[in-house]
Design a protein around this ligand. Structure first.
Ligand code: HEM
Length: 431
């Protein structure tokens, strides 16, 4: 886009709220409301220096997420020299690590997604429910007697990493390594970048070796409770299998896509409940009465109200197209703002109100179209188990600090808290 802005566009640009500031990270919703109303498809300069289109209205967002002219393949974007390496757009250098579902288009995407779906089935996830419950209880046991905790570091962070490691079939004795590597990845914003790259490399190296070992030892027929990596190796479609490299990339994306998202579902969700006491009491009563219906709608509403994925991942125009009346040029990056779309009053009545019983709630928190979250059943299981266990075991749980003291991570794609200090009546040790 090289056209000069019209006078109206220039006036709007001048009035546009400042994005990507500290205040914005704390509460981006007023800025998104402004964009939705005044500049629903808005070209902005990201902190990395790259210019991208932000799509904020629900109808446009849903259309863009399903638009085949928007590619996930970063090769369609010509990254400007000044922004190289800073954008978070997966570059050539990382091609081997980053060739996975979220960076590819059909027909490769269709083939890989079909194969992984054969191993990562809702049934496999449902069978995993007792283990998630055991993990949630075990983590709470570690701080229950203290009467206080940082729920991000002691609960929301370890739960998904141990869960996905177990599901994949990473031996228990190696899982703390994953915890450390994942910890480095989640500290991305403030942590040393070299450390993140090293952690990713170690994780990938470990997974490649594990897959190699498991393939060599794979029994001829699947056994009950077979782990997901064995399932990935075994999965076949019309005689086609995943190569070891593809299986390693797949295991990595399951970890990568399923980890920080779930940390933030538990973190943002607990925070929303603690700051909406009436809703929280209602949910607590429903859980006590064993009414699972409200727990299910509650987790969906928490995803809509303050979900973990603020912006969907990068998309690039493969040809000139129009979104919400705005022309987009070939190669332009498009970022669909899920957090803005999910508060669009044209789709959700009282969008800024948290209503755990909300029914007509087709939110975009898990995306839409062919890249719709593959791990949604696992995320729901983890979210529901984590929140129900917290509210049941620590019924008088409350924030230990004023909400204004809480700090949000400033990343582009994810939305989540750095820490969540809480207090509660200490539990006595049960022998
Ligand atoms: C609350 C937790 C989660 C949220 C909010 C979430 C959200 C999303 C979203 C928004 C997308 C689409 C991104 C886009 O189109 O740009 C996505 C894709 C994906 N998610 Fe999740 N996710 C969660 C948990 C998980 C878990 C637990 C796993 C697996 C263990 C997982 C695996 C994936 C994969 C593999 C994709 C890519 C699918 C594809 O490209 O076909 N996610 N997720």
């Amino acid at each position: 886009m090289t056209d000069e802005p019209s006078p109206t566009e220039a006036a709007l640009d001048a009035a546009a709220p400042e994005l990507f500031t500290w205040e914005f990270a704390t509460n981006p919703y007023p800025a998104y409301a402004w964009l939705r109303e005044h500049a629903p498809v808005h070209r902005t300069r990201l902190p990395s220096g790259v210019e991208a289109w932000l799509v904020t209205r629900y109808a446009d967002a849903r259309q863009a997420l399903a638009d085949a002219r928007l590619s996930k393949n970063p090769a369609h974007h010509d990254e400007p020299e000044h922004a190289k390496g800073k954008t978070g757009i997966p570059g050539e250098r990382k091609a081997e690590l980053m060739t996975h579902l979220l960076n590819i288009d059909p027909p490769d995407h269709t083939r890989l997604r079909r194969l992984v779906s054969k191993a990562f089935t809702p049934r496999r996830v449902a069978e995993f429910a007792p283990r998630v419950q055991e993990l949630a209880d075990g983590l709470i046991d570690r701080f229950a007697e203290r009467g206080s905790a940082d729920l991000i570091h002691e609960f929301a962070f370890p739960l998904p990493i141990y869960a996905i490691c177990d599901l994949l079939g990473v031996p228990r004795e190696d899982q703390d390594d994953f915890r450390d590597w994942a910890g480095m990845m989640i500290r991305h914003g403030g942590g040393p970048r070299g450390g993140v790259a090293r952690s990713v490399k170690k994780m990938r190296g470990y997974l490649a070796e594990l897959i190699h070992r498991k393939r060599a030892a794979l029994p001829e027929h699947p056994a009950p409770g077979e782990d997901l990596i064995s399932g990935l190796i075994r999965a076949s479609d019309h005689g086609e299998h995943l190569t070891e490299n593809e299986a390693a990339a797949m295991a990595f994306i399951l970890l990568f896509a399923g980890f920080e998202t779930t940390v933030n579902l538990i973190g943002n969700g607990t925070y929303a409940l603690l700051t909406h006491p009436e809703q929280r009491t209602r949910l607590q009563k429903a859980i006590e009465a064993n009414e699972s219906g409200l727990l299910e709608t509650a987790v969906e509403e928490l995803l809509r109200y303050d979900g973990p994925v603020e912006l969907a991942t990068w998309r690039f125009a493969t040809q000139p197209l129009t979104i919400g009346g705005q022309s987009i040029d070939t190669g332009d990056p498009v970022l669909v703002v899920l957090a803005a779309a999910d508060r669009d009053p044209a789709r959700f009545p009282d969008p800024d109100t948290l209503d755990l019983a909300r029914r007509d709630n087709q939110h975009l928190g898990y995306g839409h179209g062919i890249h719709y979250c593959l791990g949604a059943p696992l995320a729901r299981l983890e979210g529901q188990t984590a929140l129900a266990t917290l509210l049941t075991r620590l019924p008088d749980l409350e924030l230990a600090v004023d909400p204004v003291e809480l700090r949000w991570r400033g990343g582009l794609i994810m939305r989540g808290l750095r820490t969540l200090p809480v207090e509660f009546t200490p539990l006595e040790r049960s022998e």
